[in-house]
Design a protein. Structure first.
Length: 172
């Protein structure tokens, strides 16, 4: 059964795990933006780690737990404002066309936003991409992704809080 926005956002009685809710949210966004892959990454030390992934594509490099050096990623460059959050054609963008990750993940078009926690800490990014260019990506899509990222951030913070409580309650 496929979820819709109201299932993900409004069902307060839903006892699904937070990761399942985030996966459903990624799937909805990926389909809405007509992308091949959607993911939430966390920046851990000098790595970008895939935490939640919706990837029905042939290239399975993007999967939960996989990581890359952070300075070689679109994610990092977007959070550092070295790269636009909307890349309609990575093959002609002067920055992305020379990045090895463009070919490694077969990125043609990309959209991504930072995930900033309520305490001001940068958690990572919420991103989508497809294998071919897409000149239709625009500011409206970016606004949509920012809005959905805020919802995802709330779920991520709840998950972080639950993990912290579990660690405190569990004696060594």
């Amino acid at each position: 059964m496929t979820a819709n926005f109201s299932d993900v956002l409004l069902d307060q009685k839903d006892n699904s795990s937070i990761d399942a809710k985030l996966t459903n949210l990624l799937g909805l966004v990926r389909k809405h933006l007509n992308m091949d892959v959607a993911f939430i990454s966390e920046f851990i030390n000098d790595e970008r780690v895939f935490k939640v992934v919706d990837n029905p594509s042939v290239n399975k490099t993007v999967k939960v737990g996989n990581s890359d050096p952070i300075n070689e990623t679109y994610c990092h460059k977007i959070t550092e404002k070295q790269l636009s959050p909307i890349i309609t054609n990575s093959k002609i963008n002067p920055i992305t066309q020379i990045m090895p990750v463009t070919d490694k993940l077969n990125i043609g078009a990309y959209i991504g936003v930072p995930i900033n926690l309520s305490n001001g800490k940068l958690y990572g990014t919420f991103c989508c991409y497809k294998s071919h260019h897409d000149e239709s990506l625009n500011e409206r899509d970016l606004s949509f992704l920012n809005m959905i990222s805020e919802i995802a951030t709330g779920l991520i913070e709840k998950n972080l809080h639950n993990t912290a409580l579990h660690c405190i309650a569990k004696p060594n």
